[in-house]
Design a protein around this ligand. Sequence first.
Ligand code: ATP
Length: 324
Amino acid sequence: MKRIAVLSSGGDAPGMNAAIRAVVRTAIYHNIKVYGINKGYEGLIKGDVKQLSKSDVANIIHKGGTILKTARSENFKTKQGRKEAFAFMEAFEIDGLVVIGGDGTYTGAMKLSEEHPIKVVGLPGTIDNDIFGTDYTIGFDTAINTAVEAVDKIRDTADSHSRLFFIEVMGRHSGYIALYTGIGSGSSYIFLPEQENSLEEFTELLEKSNRRNKLFNLVIVAEGNTSGGAQELSKLVKEKLGEDIDIRNAVIGHLQRGGSPTAADRILSSRLGYHAVNALIEGQSNVAIGIVDKKVVYTPFAEAINNKKLPDENMITMAQILAL
Ligand code: ATP
């Protein structure tokens, strides 16, 4: 292994910079040249590249986003696009590639390494935490900390006015952010995309709490929840319980993607970046790197893509019990 490249792809996630820094510094330690590819797979096709030195990745560990930028590339989904990407890497004598992204990024990486003689390893970079083969993904911890902080602030106004708030968090297909935000903020109810939601059960709980004078004011809704987002849900509840009920909606939105990564995300990303380079040196390819039960694990891309990682049922039950 003489030259490797690193790119970030898909949605950005806080901690990607820490991972890039770890890849660059570990590679240079082993006398391997590192190229940073701008804008994900699109940059790989266009040859938008810059050699990175140790000092190029100084002062970035605490920064959100990604210094390499990220993009979605339709071209890379085609065989021709991947051929062009490989031709560029061949011209630069790049023999290993580290990609940081989600399922889509893994799919592209798998196809590239199966079609061409190039070693590719992947790091799970997504705030959604829905990638198989790792307990946590890069950016998830920061996203839930941001969301919990936002819910704490909403709690102040919800308490003062005795209002019911529907707070929408990210997660089109995954309830991890909603579940962890709900538990961390002590919310009254959580709507997850993984569950068939019962409005009946929800309104019963709400009315029961009201009768007991129990606070029931913070409801966390994953954006991909089956009955709709915060706005749709609050409309449905008003239709059921009457217009008098004081309901407000808040969508935390893109705030959850940004900001300085938490210490947990910086450490996770550093570990993953370090092990990505070591895996390439060992000759591994077509695998995603993750940490499960504190141990580094290598999951074939196909396995990581084809298995769905769902929030723990026990934690869902616990969240319900703690909210009663
Ligand atoms: P996020 O979880 O943040 O959405 P992601 O990696 O899943 O991240 P995608 O937009 O799905 O984000 O994928 C990123 C890029 O990976 C795409 O723009 C495309 O270039 C490549 N990619 C996705 N799916 C495929 C595929 N089926 N074949 C080849 N490349 C793909």
